[in-house]
Ligand binder design. Structure first.
Ligand code: AMP
Ligand code: MN
Ligand code: MN
Length: 322
């Protein structure tokens, strides 16, 4: 598992029509990575097309070019190259998986330690705090300079995946790149407000529901929250509005692991698992067919909210006492 920007640069130089695919339930890192790569490829005279099997969160609609994002459904065209960004495993492409058959070559740039290296060329560094860090390196390997639009994209990915430069994963490389981005008129205060402070009203209402559902187990060491479809409907909220709520559980003093289970419109239950170092939850996510990082992992399952949440809670309790 290592960075491989030169190999991917060669594939990009040999390609003209390039599909860039983000992961389902897209976040700032996968969309920032995709938007930055698109800008770089346009500068090279290539024809990039952005794909994501999911809606771009309103909060991230400021990303330059993100309005070009397409849903991978019935595509007529084929591509010379598919480039997946921040996609930890093939299922996280969702319907974007169809792009693999539509593309002559495949490559990926990612930073998930659980990535099984599922493309032809893989530039994957499990120690990098964000895929956007690797995208910065990829742009350099293509012989391009950063511009102010790319700076907005890269800042978005790096800041969101490091919890606004607060997670243990935050390293010197983040700040080296930030220093460079600041040299390109990065509107830091404005973006910081959009990304980390502002909330839509439905999101504030949903926060209340999540806190109301909060229960502690094992002497407060595990925090569990649940959100039903009814909660989402009554708050007028979307699934994306629940994305950071799991942290309310985790941030409790004495809590070591937190879980948020939410019902999706499509009958799935989506789990967000979090842990404080040195505890780890990605192994538990993998037990249930999910994945992610040691302290931030996720699962998507079919079933009933209470039953599936009960199974995951049992696994967390077992891990805590094991
Ligand atoms: P989330 O709780 O959705 O913020 O996800 C936390 C991390 O877990 C993300 O960085 C994803 O890489 C990973 N993840 C989330 N859901 C899944 C899933 N269903 N399968 C594999 N990995 C996931
Ligand atoms: Mn991501
Ligand atoms: Mn990421």
């Amino acid at each position: 598992m290592s960075r491989n920007p030169e190999a991917i640069a060669r594939m990009i130089r040999d390609a003209q029509r390039i599909a860039i695919c983000s992961h389902i339930n897209p976040d700032g890192d996968t969309l920032g990575s995709a938007a930055a790569m698109r800008l770089a490829l346009i500068k090279m005279g290539k024809d990039p097309v952005l794909f994501c099997d999911g809606k771009v969160p309103d909060q991230l609609s400021f990303l330059p070019g993100i309005e070009e994002m397409r849903i991978p459904d019935e595509m007529e065209e084929s591509f010379d190259l598919l480039l997946a960004v921040d996609v930890s495993d093939i299922r996280r492409l969702g319907n974007g998986e169809k792009l693999i058959r539509k593309s002559l070559h495949t490559a990926q740039i990612d930073h998930h330690p659980t990535n099984p290296l599922f493309m032809e060329e893989n530039s994957v560094d499990g120690d990098a705090p964000a895929s956007c860090i690797l995208i910065r390196e990829q742009i350099a390997a293509l012989g391009l300079e950063i511009d102010s639009d790319m700076a907005v994209c890269l800042y978005t990915g790096i800041s969101t995946d490091t919890g606004n430069f607060a997670f243990a994963s935050t390293n010197a490389e983040c700040f080296e790149i930030m220093s460079e981005l600041m040299g390109h008129d990065l509107p830091l205060a404005k973006l910081n407000r959009i990304l980390f402070r502002e909330r839509a009203k439905p999101q504030v209402l949903l926060m209340g529901r999540a806190l109301n559902s909060l229960r502690y187990y094992e002497n407060g060491q595990i925090a569990v929250m649940k959100l039903t479809q009814r909660d989402f409907e009554e708050c007028g909220a979307l699934s994306e509005h629940a994305d950071t709520l799991v942290n309310f559980g985790l941030d409790t003093i004495g809590t070591r692991m937190a879980m948020l289970a939410r019902e999706g419109e499509d009958g799935t239950i989506k789990f967000s698992l979090r842990a404080k170092e040195p505890d780890c939850v990605s192994d538990i996510a993998q037990q249930f067919g999910g994945g992610g990082h040691p302290q931030a992992a996720g699962i998507t399952m079919y079933g009933k909210l209470d039953e599936t949440a009960g199974s995951v809670l049992d696994a967390l309790i077992h891990k805590l006492n094991g």
